[in-house]
Design a protein around this ligand. Structure first.
Ligand code: LLP
Length: 407
């Protein structure tokens, strides 16, 4: 998809802050949040982008938050989300000791993906609010690495274990808030009706076992158009399918149910670009390589999933030609144009020269949040643009900070 920024703006930001640089657009994030208003609660899966300033922006837009680690819980609190409320939920398949203490201390509702979590939480904090995350036995994803349902997946409580999970809830006097399902990233409408029906079946079992519940969560997984011509998600259609399941479930429980959605990618992916500077151009046999100063330590998605990101070059002109775009890392897989099997692909780009600016589109989700320090590269800076204003929301890490951890 096109970026929300003009080339001149990006050039100015790169000149001011250096590269590699993440640039987010506040207006795009607000617009995506507003488009989901029909859901009772929208809960941002902050693993997609956990910068505190992005979380604050979403909080101001009325979006709640999901946390999957102690760090993400502390980030949510730092962004102003309230402890002991429905604003933050902790979702995971296990509780390490430090995280267990933190969720108990801050009374953060826990979305349990294993029965052991229920026992550990129940022993530490009787009466704690819980959700049950159920693996319905099937799933889907844009890659098998993002499919979180079915028997190959470690996520969630297996559907036939629901009675045992409910028994653990009762045994410890835990407070059941609702049932949750997230079966993968990348919506597939064919699966949606099936997921909704599975949810209704689980609600029936829950009520039959003598439990009440207040909410159901549709999880995340909403896709975005990474390629020109990709269909964007039809939010109304998506809501309609889940709303129908919610109504069926309400007839079972005999009262209103809150319908939650838990998107990560949809809210932030299209809001940001990753900027990198072209530092070398060379040919290897038939391939023309453009080497830039960002690598898979910044944006991991192409190397990890063969994910496609749109790209444009600022400064370059002339007829497009097949180009391999790669980074600085000492690793052959550090290529932004590659397929799911790691095969090197080309992109049609104008001839680049050193100093041109490469813009990698739709980089706001699972971009900065999946970055690493591989090859001892400091984490890149992040900038948030809001209309005419822009501000640094994470400064560039320094090598000295990295070394200090080891001294
Ligand atoms: N809820 C749960 C419990 C999840 O595990 C996830 C994503 C989400 C919500 C949000 O899913 P989304 O709406 O963003 O699809 N790194 C991969 C995606 C991994 C997703 C992990 N869980 C990527 O770059 O595509």
């Amino acid at each position: 998809m096109p970026t929300p920024f003009t080339p001149a703006r990006l050039q100015a930001l790169a000149a001011e802050h250096g590269t590699p640089l993440w640039v987010y657009d506040a207006a795009t994030i607000r617009a995506r949040a507003a488009s989901l208003k029909r859901f009772d609660i929208v809960r941002f899966a902050q693993k997609a982008c956990s910068n505190i300033h992005v979380l604050k922006l979403l909080r101001e837009a009325g979006v709640n938050v999901d946390s999957v680690s102690r760090g993400e819980v502390l980030r949510a609190l730092a962004a102003g989300y309230q402890a002991g409320s429905e604003e933050i939920v902790f979702t995971a398949d296990l509780l390490d000791h430090a995280t267990l203490s933190t969720v108990v201390e801050h009374r953060i509702p826990v979305n349990a993906g294993s029965i052991d979590m229920l026992h550990q939480l129940g022993e530490a904090s009787a009466g704690h609010a819980v959700w049950l995350r159920i693996n319905p036995g099937f799933g889907h994803g844009h890659s098998h690495k993002t499919n979180t349902g079915g028997e190959h997946s470690k996520h969630g409580i297996w559907h036939t274990d629901l009675p045992a999970a409910l028994a653990a809830v009762r045994q410890h006097g835990l407070k059941l808030v609702g049932l949750h399902m997230h079966i993968g990233s990348g919506v597939d409408y064919a699966h949606l009706a099936q997921v909704g029906q599975a949810m209704v079946g689980l609600v029936k079992q829950t009520v039959a076992a003598g439990h009440d519940l207040h909410a159901i969560s549709a999880g995340g997984g909403l896709s975005i158009p990474y390629r020109d011509g990709d269909a964007g998600i039809d939010v109304d259609h998506y809501f309609g399918l889940w709303d129908a399941s919610r109504r069926e479930a309400e007839a079972v429980v005999g009262h209103a149910l809150t319908l939650e959605l838990e998107p990560g990618r949809y809210l932030v992916a299209e809001s940001a670009v990753l900027l990198a500077e072209v530092r070398a151009v060379k040919n290897a046999g038939a391939n023309r390589f453009v080497l830039v100063d960002a690598g898979f330590n910044e944006l991991m998605r192409p190397a990890m999933y063969g994910a496609f990101h749109g790209m444009s070059l600022i400064g370059a002109g002339g007829a497009v030609q097949p180009t391999v775009v790669a980074g600085p890392l000492c690793e052959s897989g550090d290529v932004f144009t590659q397929g799911p099997g790691g095969e090197v692909l080309t992109r049609e780009l104008p001839p680049a020269t050193v100093g041109d600016l490469l813009v990698i589109h739709d980089a706001g989700a699972y971009g900065a949040s999946m970055s690493s320090n591989y090859n001892s590269r400091p984490l890149a800076a992040e900038v948030l643009v809001d209309g005419e204003a822009s501000r640094l929301i994470r400064r560039r890490q320094t090598i000295e900070e990295l070394l200090a951890l080891e001294l």
